[in-house]
Design a protein around this ligand. Structure first.
Ligand SMILES: Cc1cc2nc3c(=O)[nH]c(=O)nc-3n(C[C@H](O)[C@H](O)[C@H](O)COP(=O)(O)OP(=O)(O)OC[C@H]3O[C@@H](n4cnc5c(N)ncnc54)[C@H](O)[C@@H]3O)c2cc1C
Length: 485
């Protein structure tokens, strides 16, 4: 592709067309940049993937957007999806623990309760009594960071970690609560731990603040047609505004030209750019940054990932009676194979309305470090899902269709020290004007956090380019020249 001299904007290449890269492109266009997005695979969206089972539209990747932060629902509105945003039809989920489906207790922060009320059944009497000791215990120091499991177990006992925190954190990170960083994964709890001796008191204060801030709307939102349609809509919007998105174009190298911005190598192609946004998973980012930022690359190489598989099942409605609610989470300590099930037809009104004769649900398997389960073939994963579903819900019918979606290295892990690692990555990159990183490896794995990191990356390079403009003898050439090679 040859660069163009037309237009006023800086030429920016975005590497990766997951939601972070696409959000960066969206924001860059608003800032007047000329944007090219290079995507290795043959489609946009990354971990957001719309699909189909038995003729029903479903999500085969991420399916739900946290609505308590503005970025994801905001982006959906900006690209024309306002009318398709939809809260879950039911927000009541269950825990499959201690031999039964039990209502998920309300009023917790990532599984950490403000009181032991409403936890009966989920926890043993001993576990409930242990929570009460929190108020009288001396302070538990958290230092710069602490594993959430370790801290919560010290304050409230292991049962809270094993039966509440683990399944909730597992749903987001597919990781291990005794390794995951409290500071990176649940910063409001880290703050509460720093400012309170009693954790339950800290949690109650978080809840009181949320109530006072009027956070009463739905916590999550879906999109009719699937959250997987969000990247498609963003891609359409950025293309309509003149950006180019090239799929099937893996970027293989990134070189800085001290006189003239960046060279982005994609196979035979070399693109000239004033700035580059690297929006790819950590191992791919490490490979691209090795030449110009070996320190950042070394840090990024250390980021570990968890793999998982989603098993989507469609049943004839007449044959598939399910319990109430949107699905259930399974604490690992209960020794089951599946780690969660979402009753998609129950949870999302649009799936229910579009498929009156079907019941669609999905299960998930795979946590960080679990390799055996993901080594099994698709038929086996369907079988273990059916086995566990039968035990949890009594569902014995045979599905009319099944679909296994594997997410190899789907979720980056945020162990203790993640925040410090990301700070070091950014410090290594600080001297490289016009280069920014974003995506799930840095400031949060959820879709809104990925979008926020993309917007921050755009702010950073915008600042870099303005700085360069002021310092450069020939800013027009330096900033706006687009001589492709
Ligand atoms: C199964 C699953 C379910 C999830 N569910 C939810 C959910 O319900 N809600 C939620 O908020 N979050 C969820 N998440 C997390 C969230 O979906 C992801 O963290 C987020 O989508 C990551 O976006 P990203 O743009 O950072 O990265 P990605 O989606 O990984 O996109 C990166 C892109 O870069 C491309 N790429 C890689 N290397 C190169 C290269 N060298 N050159 C060019 N392109 C390259 C990749 O092909 C990919 O398209 C889920 C994740 C998984 C795996």
């Amino acid at each position: 592709m040859s660069g163009s001299h037309a237009g006023d904007g800086a030429r920016v290449v975005v590497v990766g067309a997951g939601i972070a890269g696409l959000a960066a492109a969206h924001r860059l266009l608003e800032r007047g940049a000329r944007v090219t997005v290079l995507e290795a695979s043959d489609r946009v969206g990354g971990k957001l993937l719309p699909g189909e089972i038995a003729g029903a539209r479903v999500d085969l990747g991420a399916e739900s957007l946290l609505a308590r932060r503005p970025e994801a629902v905001g982006l959906a509105r900006e690209v024309g999806l306002a009318g398709r945003l939809q809260p879950p039809a039911t927000a009541s989920a269950a825990l499959w623990t201690r031999g039964a489906l039990r209502p998920m207790p309300k009023g917790h922060v990532m599984g950490v309760p403000g009181t032991s009320a409403a936890l009966a059944g989920v926890l043993s009497d001993e576990g409930l009594a242990r929570i009460e000791r929190d108020a009288g215990l001396p302070r538990t120091e958290v230092g710069d960071d602490v594993a959430i499991g370790e801290y919560v177990a010290a304050r409230l006992g292991r049962e809270v970690v094993d039966r509440l925190v683990e399944p909730l954190l597992g749903g987001v990170y597919a990781g291990d609560a005794y390794r995951i960083s409290m500071r990176a994964a649940v910063p409001q709890l880290f703050e509460a731990a720093r400012t309170h001796t009693s954790l339950t008191e800290g949690v109650r204060e978080i809840q009181a603040r949320a109530a006072a801030a009027g956070q009463t709307g739905p916590v999550f939102m879906g999109i009719a047609g699937g959250v997987g349609t969000l990247p498609l809509a963003v891609a359409e919007s950025v293309r309509a505004r003149g950006a180019e998105i090239l799929t099937g174009t893996p970027v293989t190298g990134l070189r800085r030209d001290p006189e003239d911005g960046w060279r982005v190598v994609a196979g035979e192609r070399v693109l000239r750019a004033d700035a580059v946004v690297v929006a790819v998973p950590a191992p791919a980012a490490a490979a691209l940054l090795r030449a110009e930022a070996p320190g950042a690359a070394a840090e990024l190489s250390g980021v570990e990932y968890a793999s998982m598989a989603l098993i989507t099942l469609a049943y004839r409605r007449a044959e598939a009676a399910l319990p109430e609610g949107s699905g259930f989470l399974v604490p690992p300590v209960d020794g089951r194979t599946i780690k969660a099930s979402t009753f998609a037809s129950r949870k999302w009104g649009w799936i229910d309305e579009e498929n009156p004769d079907l019941v669609v649900l999905r299960t998930s398997v795979g946590r960080h470090g679990e390799t055996e389960i993901l080594g099994r073939d698709d038929a086996d994963l369907v079988e273990v899902s059916r086995h566990d579903l039968r035990a949890a819900t009594g569902l014995t019918a045979a599905p009319v269709a099944s679909r296994v979606t594997r997410w190899q290295d789907g979720l980056p892990q945020y162990p203790v020290g993640h925040h410090a690692r990301v700070t070091r990555v950014r410090a290594h990159l600080a001297g490289l004007a016009g280069l920014a990183v974003c995506g799930a490896a840095y400031d949060g794995v959820g879709v809104p956090a990925c979008i926020a990191s993309a917007y921050a990356a755009v702010d950073q390079i915008h600042g870099d380019l303005h700085g360069v403009q002021e310092l450069t003898a020939n800013p027009v050439q330096s900033l706006h020249g687009g001589a492709g090679e």
